[in-house]
Design a protein around this ligand. Sequence first.
Ligand SMILES: Nc1ncnc2c1ncn2[C@@H]1O[C@H](COP(=O)(O)OP(=O)(O)OP(=O)(O)O)[C@@H](O)[C@H]1O
Ligand SMILES: [Mg+2]
Length: 427
Amino acid sequence: MKCFYYFKDRTRTREQRSAPELKEGNKYDVSTAERVTRSSCSATSPRSIPELYEEKAHNLRVFSFSELRQATNDFNRLLKIGEGGFGSVYKGSIKPVDGKGEPIVVAIKKLNRDGFQGHKQWVAEVQFLGVVEHPNLVKLIGYCAVDGERGIQRLLVYEFMPNKSLEDHLFNRAHPTLPWQTRLQIVLEAAQGLTYLHEELEVQVIYRDFKSSNVLLDKDFKPKLSDFGLAREGPTAGNTHVSTAVVGTFGYAAPDYIQTGHLTSKSDVWSFGVVLYEILTGRRSVERNRPRSEQKLLDWVKQFPADSKKFVMIMDPRLENQYSLNAARRLAKLADTCLLKSAKDRPKMSQVVESLKQIIQVSDEGSPSDTSFECVENETVDSDKEPSQTGASESAKRRMAHLVKLSEHVGGISRRGFMIMQRAKVT
Ligand SMILES: Nc1ncnc2c1ncn2[C@@H]1O[C@H](COP(=O)(O)OP(=O)(O)OP(=O)(O)O)[C@@H](O)[C@H]1O
Ligand SMILES: [Mg+2]
């Protein structure tokens, strides 16, 4: 899903034009200019991202265009691994800094030549990723910027993430189902990445584009947030928000931000809530090919509250009931708090992290009674709805093995419950 650009305030255009070249880092003061001044600022003002960048810029490698052309076999389309709103991503290999040893596999993003906007995002990405350092944020190795006779070229070189994105694993049927525990671990670590940006840096960073396609997965399925082109510095002390043009991705951006252009870290919290529902349901935030009432994920799930019996009906059928229902309900409740209408009522990301840790514990403990009979009822409903998904004998066998395990604990369970299990057995 691509980003959208909706410039509410055209008078800002001139300000944005003042976005500098990377080497003029200190002049990059767009975010400062746009901050809302509500009350007197505190005496100790934290350094801005460009200032912090000045300090750390030497950690980034500066590549020539020909080096990156060589690294990607002239941007060979066979090496293209993805395409986003801002350009194409290629797999490539570069020499180590000292020229010795094995080549390093990297991902190289080549920005489309769409002028100022692309350049601004490229600057933001280099500056933010040049400053931040966290196991759940993708590492920027270096960049390339050339303004030659043959036009402007802007490229970014990242550590290579071999397991694509969370989006690919949730929605692309070519990938095997992402297990429940892996989903939980991914959202926990993604939340830790956001917590670092919001709460653990000298200057607060608002990511502004949290979505499943920006959660990349390494060889062990450890998640790392990518794409910092839309990131912004948060409000300075005494201010409640940053006023900006509204940018982000449909289906993930917080409604209060879309309506007012007032950006806070709670806008990221909203987007995080959307992704929580994506991992629960296996559905994208917007799916145009569904019946009208099901197209918008958040509208659809509202009909199945976390506490209700029918909640199980929204669970991703690909999980084949291999999840803790208790944990799933708690996760949905957490998502609901992230999606509260009033931004200030949403939890901070560090609180979300704490809740997720507890949910993972509940899920690990996962007593068999936890996977209640509603789950089994749901199975019957799903079987009715999508026989092709549940009809495969292999998956039926696996489900049966699970149900058999459950039945070892049915001692005190009502006969009705047991009958439902039996029905599940024959579908
Ligand atoms: N560091 C990386 N390592 C491996 N693959 C990557 C890396 N960065 C990006 N990709 C691949 O390229 C794809 C496109 O990424 P990109 O960020 O350009 O677009 P997007 O996230 O799909 O959309 P948007 O432009 O809205 O962010 C990703 O989904 C991923 O598969
Ligand atoms: Mg992206």
